[in-house]
Design a protein around this ligand. Sequence first.
Ligand code: HEC
Ligand code: HEC
Length: 229
Amino acid sequence: MCFKMKQLITVILGLISIIACSPEFQQGALDIGLLGLAGSADSVGIFSSTLHPLLVANCGSCHGLNQSPKFAVTDPLQAHNTLINSNLVNLSNAAASRLVTKIQGGHNSFSTALATQIQTAIEDWASQLQTVNGGGIPAPPPLEATFSSISQRILEPKCVGCHGPTKAASGKRYDTYAATLGTVHVGVPTDSSLYTECQSGQMPENAPHLSAEELDVIYQWILVGAPNN
Ligand code: HEC
Ligand code: HEC
């Protein structure tokens, strides 16, 4: 009897260790850990039940995968990060968000009622975040003269929609470091079309020009050798 009980316990312990060591279990644990570290799990979750559905429904046909900025793709994490990284939402002043003012200013003959709906959804997102996270509103990564910053703040949100895997206008792509070097003359920003096209205001096409600060980090990054940093 006692022997059987011991056997049973051994079998149960064996099963637990098999489950805990399975790649699925570890992957799950890893996902939770990574989201916790990024600090944005709460924000992405709230976004996916407030603003995201509104954007997918009204803006997804153009700002899905085929129009920059790509903030209305079906993957909430990607949409969330594009919005934050390109400063299209202002979580402390929803009415001042570019998403709202763009519609108010008349975009594709959308109604101002839609602008109000978007504003309300942003307010909802911000207030839920306040409750869950004690006000921990995610800040966009700093704009600095490194490839990762330029990629996250400028290339991904403002160029990759036309220069990426789905569409590569003029054969140019900005979705990887290697591809980005295709329009860079290392050390000479004024001979790099990545810089000159933006500086002249030709690019990004049909969108507001890059700011002086954005142009400056591209200039500095190319000048110091366009490192993969
Ligand atoms: C029929 C296609 C289409 C739809 C639908 C659409 N857009 Fe756009 N959007 C564009 C195009 C084209 C541009 C680039 C030209 C421009 O800036 O107007 C753009 C650019 C933008 C920009 C970035 C440029 C800027 O001025 O800051 C924002 C923000 C934006 N749209 C918001 C929205 C929102 C919010 C929705 C949904 C409510 C939406 N768009 C739906 C076509 C569309
Ligand atoms: C709405 C689509 C669109 C967006 C967004 C866009 N481009 Fe372009 N880009 C084009 C098209 C179309 C061409 C080819 C036509 C042309 O040269 O004017 C082009 C051409 C270029 C060229 C090559 C010019 C040449 O003559 O060799 C560069 C460099 C470039 N884009 C950089 C950028 C950068 C950097 C961004 C983001 C800051 C950007 N583009 C955003 C559509 C876009």
